[in-house]
Design a protein around this ligand. Sequence first.
Ligand SMILES: Cc1cc2nc3c(=O)[nH]c(=O)nc-3n(C[C@H](O)[C@H](O)[C@H](O)COP(=O)(O)OP(=O)(O)OC[C@H]3O[C@@H](n4cnc5c(N)ncnc54)[C@H](O)[C@@H]3O)c2cc1C
Length: 551
Amino acid sequence: MTLTHEVVNQSSPLVDVNLFDGNLPLREGLAVHLPAGALAGAEDRLRALGAVAGSAAMQAHARWANVHGPVLRTHDRQGRRIDEVEFHPSYHTLMSTAIAHGLHARPWALGPGAHVERAAGFMLFTELEPSVLCPVSMTYAATPALRGNPAVLADWFPRLTSTEYDPRLVVLRDKTGVTMGMGMTEKQGGSDVRANTTRASFESDTPWGRCYRLVGHKWFFSAPMCDAFLVLAQAEAGLSCFFLPRVLPDGRRNALRIQRLKDKLGNKANASSEVEFTGAQAWLVGEEGRGVPQILEMGTLTRLDCALGTTGLMRQALSLALHHARQRQAFGRPLVQHALMRNVLADLALESEAATALSLRLARAFDRQDDPFEALMRRVLTPVAKFWICKRGSGFAQETMECLGGNGYVEEGGEGVMARIYREMPLNSIWEGAGNIMALDLLRVLQRAGPDVAAAVAAELEPLAGVSPVCDAARARVLDRLQGVVDEHEARRLAQNLALAVQAALLRRHAPDFVFEAFVAARLDGSPGLSYGCLPARADFEHLLQRAAPA
Ligand SMILES: Cc1cc2nc3c(=O)[nH]c(=O)nc-3n(C[C@H](O)[C@H](O)[C@H](O)COP(=O)(O)OP(=O)(O)OC[C@H]3O[C@@H](n4cnc5c(N)ncnc54)[C@H](O)[C@@H]3O)c2cc1C
């Protein structure tokens, strides 16, 4: 063999770093939003999770779980129907790690601040592997919705909040922990669930309440190896919400057939399936005919998680870009010393910090539901954050990928993570209500609580008042629109302007001046650049980059 060249000027993989310690905006945000007495304990737990999630060993599990995706086994060797999905052992390692850290249940088991702490943990874990968080998120979200059937909740709550991951498909009493999923979307319509055709026929009264038989299908049914699901089906009084366990109380498997697994763009480690119910037994949750509001109790929490997930992915992509730009030399200097690359990276850092601020703010609203102001902010900010943060994700992923040059587009090796992030990014924007549906949901909140919303948003935006003409104009742009009826054509514009104004107000209140000022210049001043990297030359690039540095 002749040596043709030496490999030089390639950046090292970003592994064995503590993702919590390296995320200054997240740590500062926790100090703002957590009750004083809860901060130290939360920091200890998140630091432990940050070390695990950033470790080379767990990053390898993330890669294996994605490369060796789930496989559907419809039948056993003797031809019996089993409807099981097999996962690589790394998937189970990731699941047990997420559940051991309470990401599926902490707020239901702990006290004040638990949603904020869990939100931070969810974002950190996303940087390790987002797709296993699908069943983790659905388990977290399903638990409060089960209050609509107290008997089921009483039996399932101890396992839903257990920190042991138990993937076995066995009867509840033999399980050490359980997970849950949800089934709303059918072939003929997902956003418009009223078009659901799955039928539910009442069968009998049981210790878990009214039991029905379901016949029909679901076109998207993620994590079908969960132990139970909340599903929508048409009963006599209309669309209703049902609890459907995979294994029945007598130990038999429920009549749920997994038809096939989806061949997805990304989210490869997670199984998403198409299923049919062939007379599956399911128990009513809430009232017959009130299925949509009932299951939306779950949907509100999964929408929070979409915002958190995209924020986590943004942070991961930013860290990879910053890490690479510090090491890679071009034209005689590291990339990070080139003016235009500094502008791009600083602008991405602003986007990531603003997303972190909005995500934690929203999680705080979930922690304080007994406060009417926070309850209203939860209602307003959930669609706004889900819309805006998730919508910004794909462009962000593309720009961070470009910072790595050609290596960013290649799947293999350390930087291959970037391609995985890029494929994952659009998902949070689509599922749990796509962009338009979120913008329309914001209009619905305004219709129902109009003047109260305007007053609450005015209070939230108070930090912008009188700061500068640009800030006053941004505040007025939103508050004026909240006064009257908003045309549907303008719903996205309102959601965008509201998101940007709330992000600016949060940065004004809690971030250093150089972050706030650069954000205002880049996002609010009326002529912001349409691509990343258009910050004005006066921005404090040095401090913006230092602040965002991952280690
Ligand atoms: C990987 C993956 C996993 C999933 N897992 C699950 C799951 O576990 N359980 C589950 O129930 N679902 C799941 N879904 C389905 C997902 O929630 C739906 O795909 C989504 O809600 C959109 O519904 P749809 O596909 O029927 O599209 P449609 O409802 O047809 O929407 C198409 C487009 O039209 C827009 N639109 C719809 N109505 C309006 C309107 N009134 N005004 C303006 N625009 C409108 C939407 O914003 C969207 O952009 C999953 C989807 C994916 C991709």
